[in-house]
Design a protein around this ligand. Structure first.
Ligand SMILES: NC(=O)c1ccc[n+]([C@@H]2O[C@H](COP(=O)([O-])OP(=O)(O)OC[C@H]3O[C@@H](n4cnc5c(N)ncnc54)[C@H](OP(=O)(O)O)[C@@H]3O)[C@@H](O)[C@H]2O)c1
Length: 346
């Protein structure tokens, strides 16, 4: 039996506003669960903040009264599963709570299966960042869907964020000209100077479309879409014939009146470019790539991280009580890097 209190953030209601507010969440104290046969109880160390969580909450996938969903890095505190020992670190899906149960009969992980982490291979927080779902998302959309060739121009939006930083660096490794789009000047400087992309343009600049065109003198062959809206509109005229788009996300639309689900917008935009320029539009859902590509991705990315060829930036929020604040900041563009809540020390 694990001693302690299990603080949890529940979804208080199906959100009524376009962006999160404090009233959407409820802080409660529960008991630390006991593991049954084939299960472990783990202590949440890092909790991942992801834009898709908001789409789930707004569209009713998550029901009020339940613990908010979230990917986690955690440490096994009690084990009745021979695969895992006390002290092991896991990637799992404890959600927004301090302790969770993983194993037999627990299916909250969806398409991202729990796995044991090797702290000597990469810092364990990367399991919810470059070495996790976000990294695989970037890899699947860029490498598998769009297959960028040396010398081609790759444009990526939200380039300093969790997915974007992976995409830009992988495109660079493939020998492409890489152009990032980000908001604040310090984010653009990070993308160009620290991540090493060839250029980064701020979508906040009044002449953003002109600046983007100037940064892409040979047009755009691959566009990795994270944002939508005016950013997408600025990229459209730059697309070369036979270019490819990975429609990964449209975060600028998540506060819309449509429950935050931007799929109609994706399809309309995709059809428009397809009709005009023989552009291939890939609708990306990372869950479709786990089975075939997770191992390949982990091997390749693990090497890049160890060699320092892929760098990453985390936006850490210390303290589990700050989860709703961190979540809201990320959705409003207030994050700088992959947003992580530090729930307890490693
Ligand atoms: N398809 C999939 O399977 C899949 C999987 C994971 C993630 N995603 C998607 O990937 C995208 C990036 O996710 P992430 O976790 O890596 O988040 P992130 O990029 O770390 O954070 C979101 C960033 O989006 C930008 N942003 C927010 N509102 C914006 C607006 N109105 N206009 C322009 N930019 C805005 C902000 O960057 P700036 O300040 O630089 O503008 C913000 O920092 C999201 O759209 C997400 O839904 C899709």
């Amino acid at each position: 039996m694990v001693e302690g209190i299990n603080h949890q953030w529940l979804l208080a209601r199906t959100p009524t506003e376009g962006l999160p507010s404090a009233d959407d969440f409820q802080w409660v104290e529960g008991a630390v669960p006991d593991p049954a046969d084939g299960q472990v109880v783990s202590r949440t160390v890092y909790l991942s903040m992801d834009p898709y969580q908001w789409v789930r909450r707004r569209s009713g996938v998550e029901e009020p009264g339940g613990v908010c969903h979230g990917r986690t890095v955690s440490q096994v505190m009690a084990s009745r599963d021979p695969q895992y020992a006390e002290g092991d670190y896991l990637f799992n899906t404890n959600g927004w709570q301090e302790y969770g149960v993983t194993g037999e009969g627990i299916t909250n992980f969806g398409y991202m299966f729990p796995r044991k982490l090797d702290p000597d291979l990469a810092p364990i927080s990367t399991a919810i960042g470059v070495m996790g779902m976000l990294g695989l998302t970037g890899y699947s959309g860029l490498i598998v869907q769009c297959d960028p060739q040396p010398g081609e121009t790759v444009v990526v939006s939200a380039a300093s964020g969790g997915v974007g930083q992976v995409v830009g660096q992988l495109a660079k490794i493939r020998g492409c000209r890489t152009v990032g789009i980000a908001g604040a000047d310090e984010k653009c400087a990070f993308v160009a100077e620290d991540l090493g992309l060839d250029a980064c343009v701020s979508h906040l600049a009044p002449d953003f479309p002109e600046q983007l065109a100037a940064a892409c003198p040979d047009g755009c062959d691959v566009y990795f879409e994270n944002v939508g809206g005016p950013v997408f509109e600025a990229v459209l005229p730059l697309l070369n014939p036979n270019s490819r788009i990975s429609l990964c996300g449209m975060i600028s639309q998540y506060a819309n009146d449509d429950g935050g689900v931007p799929r109609d917008a994706w399809q309309a935009a995709g059809q428009a470019v397809f009709d005009r320029q023989n552009v291939t539009v890939h609708d990306l859902f990372v869950g479709n790539y786990v089975e075939d590509y997770q191992e390949v991705f982990l091997n390749e990315m693990g090497g890049y991280v160890q060699e320092g060829r892929v760098r990453y930036r985390e936006d850490r929020w210390e303290g589990f009580e700050k989860a709703p604040e961190a979540f809201g900041a990320m959705l409003r563009g207030g994050n700088f890097g992959k947003t992580i809540v530090v729930v307890s020390p490693e």
